[in-house]
Design a protein around this ligand. Sequence first.
Ligand code: MN
Length: 754
Amino acid sequence: MTGLANTAPASTRKTSPPAARRGEPASSQRTNKRSSAVADATAKPTLELAEAFDQFKASLATYLKPADIQRVEAAYRFADTAHEGQARVSGEAYISHPLAVATTLAGWHLDPQALIAALLHDVMEDTAITKEQIAENFGKVAAELVDGVSKIDRIENQSFEEAQAENFRKMLLAMTRDVRVILIKLADRLHNMQTLDVMRPDKRRRIANETFDIYAPIANRLGLNSLYRELEELSFRHAFPMRYRVLAKAVKQARGNKREVVGKILESIRAALLKAEIEAEVMGREKHVFGIYCKMREKHLTFSQVLDIYGFRVVVSDKTSCYQVLGALHGLYQPVPGKFKDYIAIPKVNGYQSLHTMLIGPFGTPIEVQIRTAGMNHVAESGVASHWMYKDEQTLTQLQKSTHQWLQSLIELQASSTDNTEFLEHVKFDLFPDEVYAFTPQGKILTLPRGSTAVDFAYAVHTDIGNRCISCQINSESVPLRTELRNGDRVEITTASHAHPNPNWLTYVRTGKARAQIRHFMKSRQDDESSTLGERLLTRAIADLGHLPKDIDPVAWARFLHDTGLRGRQEVYAEIGLGLRLAPVVARRLLARDGNLQQDAKAGGSVSIRGNEGVAIKIATCCRPIPGDPIIGLIRKGQGLIVHAHNCATIGKLHGSKTEWVDVNWDPAVSGQYETYIHVVTKEARGVLAKLAAKISESESNIVNVSMNVDGDAMTSLYFTLHVTGRMHLARILRALRSLPDVVRLHRQFETRR
Ligand code: MN
């Protein structure tokens, strides 16, 4: 990460202990005088404030309709009343701050909602006004925007670990549903930075560093170039006041000396363009102090070497003219080879377009020139904000039409989708395509793949937390462990010492770590369960031979272990349970010495399925038998016992392969939920799925999965996977569904579709 820190001695980096961040507004600069100084509550607006308000109104008048201006003014009065009695650290009335923020947004020509939200951006956090009140007075959109800004403020004010600026920055963007929230937040930060002088030096440094690490890069990323430079400049000034002062003074002096040269170059460029009959606006560019400082450091140049480069900008009306200007300038001065860049043909990822070239001017001075259209210039200055410019549909100018495709697609997505998530997904595409950021209760930010759940989070914290988690709270609300995490979520995992991973977790965990750990656990658990099953199978087989397990001579056991090389009875059981050994064969060998084997040792008994065997007994997914169905067991090497329905189509195919059949039956006390498939054909009717779902849930079943197919003839096929306890339960559900008039026919399916 590039930070101011990189340009500073290491010792100045840790400007404040992490504790200082906790619960303390980073930069709101608000003091509440309501209780102490009643007189202030009725203070008349100062002259400066009145002037600022007039300026704001003048700015609105340049692009808003009178009705919209009235709404914005109403929001101003509302905010003024709400903040009454509050003052900034400087002593100014608090309202001066939201007004300044809104003025910045008006400079970007943002829509009325954004302006209203800017004026109200601090009322939810600092006054008793609620989101509902804002919605009532100024509409839902403005209320959502204010809410979005307040959410960021809350996160900003909670503790987070140092050196997590990168993640924090991503999270801010990721959790924002509407780019306007970020624009308001950036304008908010700009004003706080502009008025930072009143704060204590240590606070100034901390806020400056935070701005540099978090907000300036966001501005850059969104293409808000002027804002980006200003934030950087202000950060530099407040983080390193001495360096700034020295440099700024030197720059001022040097500029005075160079005015004449700049004037001469300007004149010859203008003349050259006039001769080429190109209409253009030409201006000299002044470098920021921070930019000069960086160049000196990065390129090891002296101050005068940096300042010796002259910067100019040429703004024309259309793209073709850009290249004509380039030609004219290359004819006027010698271009420096390798310094030409065409960002018009290949725009920067934030939408920036321009031609850059470097020339050798009179007296051998290097000249940097940027050539662009007015539209490109606007995008370059205000980036994403330029796309929120308030406009009438009719007056959509060519400028706006020809905006860069990337940004254009954002607006379309925003306009076409009621849910703004998709829109933001797009904004974030190359920043953090597949990540989600969540907090631990200690304020650490964990980065997880998108789609991660609370279980993934638990494993990310620690394997033990994952293995022992039983429940979780997200943002202080109890939610299921399978809950998908969203950006900014604060996740608290509850563990219990006796708890262990659930195989179901595998169906929704997203991270490799969680998956591997759960599998590892299941493997060792499977061994346990397999041996329990194996013991039951063996007991059965011994009983079939007319004996009890205690009849077996320990010597026979010892010999068997010796012969097989297995280490103990548990291992024997496990091998039987996993189908590696056949119980009747083992039983015979253990009993063989007695010589009293029954002649007909054909297995007559069967294994009872109780439904709680865990992973050792599996219900076949091809036919999904449920309690009550005739079933048959199948033992395959290494897979344990798999229970199929008698009528299962796969059984026939398996005959002759290396499988062993075992008689199984449902234990009378069988328990658990079993998945089954049903196919329902309905008339195409509005809300039919909802009705079916309601009936299913009334019948105490869960829908595991549903898919739909339009059959034609105004019929719809619905395929459900349901949880049932057995055939009786299923019959009850089918009866309930049949009672719906829209249902044409329905039946149980023994195979999944496809
Ligand atoms: Mn603010």
